[in-house]
Write a protein that binds this ligand. Structure first.
Ligand code: URA
Length: 209
């Protein structure tokens, strides 16, 4: 089973605390999410392969490390995933971007796809799916199902907060997918919110509550 990495860097933890506070404004929430997304992206790309290229410094020639050219796909799980997208793209500007939209059918409780547009050749790419909240894990696991159906084989999942229940669900459905998060909270409440959490991430970043 792939691991769960909690990015416990003090700056991440401090910024996350600011995000959790109910007084934090929409603008501040968005700014903090963007900042944290870069620390999370740093961690999730830690094992990208490197190769050597010959370059000239002002002093001499050297064999210097560069990314080995493994192509990247960033997939936003709508809508809250979009809050993580820009920050991650700043670090890896050449990544291709895709979107997966799912909603929960209130009768069957199953995730239903309403939008799916992803880069081609996912089988040749490192695919990073982003969604701030790994709560029940049902929609995230369903999104990963769709990415695998589209050919993705090397998939990583980046979130801001996770519930133990969501991690368990993802690991059961997709043991090959590693998870990077800023924190693992206590539990889910009766309506599927992460506790203590930060509320509805989409509402908080888009000001729709
Ligand atoms: N989605 C959110 O935005 N917040 C939660 O706590 C759970 C799911």
């Amino acid at each position: 089973m792939k691991d769960v990495t909690v990015v416990d860097h003090p700056l991440v933890q401090h910024k996350l605390t600011l995000m959790r506070r109910k007084e934090t404004s929409t603008a501040e929430f968005r700014r903090l999410l963007r900042e944290i997304s870069q620390f999370l992206a740093y961690e999730i790309t830690r094992e990208l392969p490197l190769t050597k290229r010959t370059i000239d410094t002002p002093l001499q020639e050297m064999e210097a490390p560069v990314l080995a050219g493994k192509k990247l796909a960033l997939i936003s799980i709508l809508r809250a995933g979009n809050g993580l997208l820009d920050g991650v793209l700043e670090l890896i500007p050449s990544a291709r971007v895709g979107f997966v939209g799912l909603y929960r059918d209130e009768e069957t409780l199953k995730p239903v796809e309403y939008y799916f547009k992803v880069p081609d050749s996912l089988n040749e790419r490192v695919t990073i799916a982003v969604d701030p909240m790994l709560a029940t894990g049902n929609s995230s696991a369903a999104a990963i199902d769709k990415l695998k159906e589209a050919g993705a084989t090397d998939i990583r999942f980046l979130c801001l907060l996770a519930a133990p229940e969501g991690i368990a669900r993802m690991q059961e459905a997709h043991p090959d997918v590693s998870i990077v998060t800023a924190a693992v909270d206590e539990r889910l409440n009766e309506v599927g919110y992460i506790v203590p959490g930060l509320g509805d991430a989409g509402d908080r970043m888009f000001g729709t509550k």
